[in-house]
Each structure stands twice: as structure tokens, then as C-alpha cells.
Design a protein around this ligand. Structure first.
Ligand code: CTP
Length: 410
């Protein structure tokens, strides 16, 4: 949509709908969020389900709301930890007095409260909705003070006619107000808004004949995580990726390729851009010729000779000096030994600005969930600085890299 509103196209929202007549407004909130491109996953409490049906939530959000804490299906698909981990922002609307009390006291007796208790590192926004006396009660006010001290953001409540027939504070804020609070939260948390980024990921497959290829073990996990983290920071991201088993990161333009030559062509088509991260494990060589038919065993004769030729170096090509060179070009150095020395040597060959050096082999790097990297940076006057990071999940490494990119941008 293009009505001048802030795009939420790569944002993942978890909307928790607790009990209250205002739950009907949450249906409109879901619709408006999705119009702005957000992915909205919903948790409907049993109180919420007294006011709106799971079917109407499913129809508007595009997937059935989650309702049960202990459910074999949920546990497999979206355990409560995963639900909070996969959200960029959690919004509780309406937030009943009961839900607010549970949050303040750390209860985890239903799916909604368990998700919120697990959301220790996630931003949470609540839109309280209740009777005015309940809102003004010292217990609710003390609970709200506790939540504020933990950084929970609050929208409303508004004053006006309440469902119970009384007047006062306690009405859930209107959908417009909630939407603009969500938009301004993301606007403030989008430090790379307006920046174009290009990420390469996964292996390349270099064909010998129509059925065989030379490839490698890259899972694409690190490159995909970097693309997702850049998009979450507001960048406009193109991900050029070899074959992987991973889902496409949300809000990222994905160009699937197979060979190194295709990867280079796709990268060039994504220029100009400001930031490049080459995380792909590009095959250094490809078979010099590609048979148009399946190479046969040929009745016990010698194996066919395999002559290889060098592939283009994508990182080195994108690092070449010139007017359209991206401001920041980052590569990886996957090494089995002498990690730092080999990585330093790569600066000269590749011409990039930063290198993330990591150890591969022996269960590390390829396919693993975690990575141990050292960030090497080419500083002014040609010196190279090295910053060793602790062993972290690939998602955490992606996040940390994006933080460094944001710091450099200043
Ligand atoms: N890379 C690339 N194109 C290639 C080879 C590598 O873009 N043809 C990039 C990788 O994405 C990575 C960096 O270059 O960011 C280093 O890759 P690596 O495999 O560690 O190094 P190589 O260039 O293959 O050098 P060597 O084989 O000597 O280790």
C-alpha cells in the first residue's frame, strides 16, 4: 500500500489478544497491520475467545491463532519459546487487568503468559483495556509501574464511555493510535532504513552433466541470518543464494542461483548498493566442460577425466575500486588452520573492508548452529584490527554484525 504510512513489510508481530470487549478492535488491527505488509501471528486467550472467534482471527491473520500452552501440535510447530523468538515485536491488545497482573508477577499459566515470560529480550507493547475502577485500582497501577520499570511500552488506555456503562479511563486505545505506536517503534528501530544491502549465501553447484554437480556442505544458515538481521534493521535486502533447505527470510528479495557465474550475474543486477556481505561458499572451480548428456560408465573403461577451470571471485569483483563500489564490503574467511593469518592474507587478494574469519571442519562452521568468528577490519593507514567474538549462534552473529555496521554508519 502507498498511503504514506510506514511500511511494516518485513516485520513479524505477535499479537496477544486477551479477554475484553475491546478484542473486536484487534480484528481491525490485524487487518491494518497486514495491509502494511506485516506478518501477524496471534495468540488468543480463552478470555479473548469469549469475545471473538478463532475463525475470524484466522481469516484476517492468514493462520489459525494459537490458544493452548500444552498442545502436541503447537509444541512441534511453535513452542512458546519459538513464538517469542520469532517475533520482532509483541503486542498485547487488549491487555486485560488479569493479563497485566500475570505479566507483572511472572505467571506462566497459559500460552499468552508463558510467551510473555519467555520474551526476555523482546520488545513488548501493551494496550490496556478494562473497567475504569479496575484500571485505577492500586494493584493495577503498581503492576503497570512494574511493567514500565522493565521497559514494557504502553499505549493508552483512553478515557471515555466504557462497555460497563461507566465513564472514565480504561478504554482500549483506538486502532489508529496503536498502529502509529507500532510504526514509530519500528521507525526508531530501523537504523538501516534507506540503505540497500546485498548478501550472498549457501553453496554453489557446478554441473558436470545434466545430473551431476560439484558442490559443498554450506547450509546457508549464516548468510540467511545476516540477510534477515539486515532486513530487521530496515535495510532493503537482496539475498543471492545457492540451493539450501532454508525458508526465505521475511522481507528479503531472494534471487536463487546454482552456479558461481549465475551468482555473480545476480549480484551485479542488484547493484548499486551500500552494503555487501559475501557469506556464500562459492566453488572455487567448475568443470571446464559440461556434457549435455549423462556421462556413462562406458563398459568398465577408465573414469572420465575432470578438467576444472577457476570460477569468478564474487567478493573480489564487488570490492573492485570504482565510483559504484559499495561503501562497505564484507567477506568471510573459512579456514581449517592458521585462521587469522590466512584471513589477513585474504584482505590483499579480495580488496574488501571487513572479514569475518571462522574456523571450519571438525564439526565447526558448515551446517553447525553456532559459529566462532573474529572480525578483522581494514583501518585507516592500512592497518588491520582484530576483534574475537565469543562462540555465538549464527543468528546472534548476524545481529552483532549488523550492530557493527550500524556503528560504522554513525
Ligand atoms: N568468495 C566469493 N567468490 C569466490 C570464492 C569466494 O565471493 N569465487 C567469497 C566467499 O563468499 C567469502 C570469501 O570470498 O566471503 C572467502 O571465501 P573462502 O572460501 O574462505 O576463500 P577462497 O577465496 O575460496 O580462498 P581459499 O580457497 O584460498 O581459502
Amino acid at each position: 500500500m502507498n498511503d504514506g504510512s510506514f511500511s511494516l513489510s518485513h516485520r513479524r508481530l505477535l499479537l496477544i489478544i486477551s479477554g475484553g470487549i475491546a478484542a473486536y478492535k484487534s480484528l481491525d488491527l490485524i487487518r491494518r497491520l497486514r495491509e502494511r505488509g506485516a506478518q501477524v501471528r496471534c495468540v488468543l486467550t480463552s478470555g479473548g475467545a469469549q469475545f471473538i472467534t478463532p475463525l475470524s482471527v484466522a481469516a484476517l491473520s492468514g493462520e489459525p491463532p494459537l490458544t493452548q500452552l500444552f498442545s502436541a501440535e503447537n509444541e512441534q510447530q511453535f513452542g512458546h519459546i519459538r513464538l517469542s523468538r520469532e517475533a520482532d515485536l509483541i503486542v498485547v491488545a487488549p491487555a486485560s487487568a488479569n493479563m497485566i497482573a500475570k505479566m507483572a508477577h511472572g505467571l506462566a499459566d497459559n500460552l499468552a503468559s508463558a510467551v510473555l515470560l519467555a520474551a526476555t529480550d523482546k520488545p513488548v507493547m501493551i494496550a490496556p483495556a478494562m473497567n475504569g475502577r479496575m484500571w485505577e485500582h492500586p494493584a493495577t497501577q503498581a503492576n503497570m509501574a512494574t511493567l514500565a520499570s522493565r521497559g514494557i511500552m504502553k499505549i493508552g488506555p483512553a478515557r471515555g464511555a466504557l462497555a460497563c456503562g461507566e465513564e472514565g479511563a480504561g478504554r482500549m486505545s483506538e486502532v489508529d493510535a496503536i498502529l502509529s505506536a507500532i510504526e514509530s517503534f519500528f521507525a526508531q528501530n530501523a537504523p538501516l532504513q534507506g540503505h540497500r544491502a546485498l548478501v550472498t549465501s549457501g553453496p554453489t553447484f557446478e554441473p558436470m552433466d545434466p545430473v551431476r554437480f560439484i558442490g559443498n556442505r554450506s547450509s546457508g544458515k549464516q548468510g540467511h541470518a545476516i540477510a534477515a538481521a539486515l532486513a530487521a534493521a530496515g535495510a532493503d535486502v537482496t539475498l543471492v543464494t545457492g540451493p539450501t533447505a532454508l525458508p526465505e527470510p521475511l522481507g528479503v528479495r531472494v534471487i536463487p542461483i546454482e552456479t558461481a557465474k549465475e551468482m555473480l550475474a545476480a549480484c551485479k543486477s542488484a547493484l548499486p548498493c551500500d552494503i555487501v556481505v559475501c557469506a556464500a561458499a562459492v566453488a572455487d572451480w567448475r568443470p571446464k566442460t559440461q556434457s549435455t548428456f549423462k556421462i556413462k560408465k562406458n563398459g568398465g573403461h577408465a573414469a572420465p577425466p575432470l578438467t576444472m577451470t577457476e570460477n569468478p571471485d564474487i567478493l573480489a569483483t564487488l570490492s573492485q575500486k570504482g565510483k559504484s563500489r559499495p561503501k562497505l564490503v564484507i567477506g568471510f574467511a573459512a579456514e581449517t588452520d592458521a585462521v587469522i593469518d590466512n584471513a589477513k592474507a585474504k584482505f590483499a587478494r579480495k580488496g574488501c573492508d571487513w572479514i569475518l574469519a571462522n574456523q571450519v571442519g571438525g564439526g565447526k562452521g558448515f551446517g553447525a548452529e553456532e559459529n566462532s568468528v573474529t572480525l578483522l577490519r581494514r583501518e585507516a593507514k592500512g592497518t588491520i584490527s582484530a576483534q574475537a567474538w565469543p562462540t555465538l549462534s549464527k543468528t546472534a552473529i548476524a545481529q552483532k554484525l549488523v550492530e557493527e555496521i550500524v556503528k560504522k554508519k554513525g
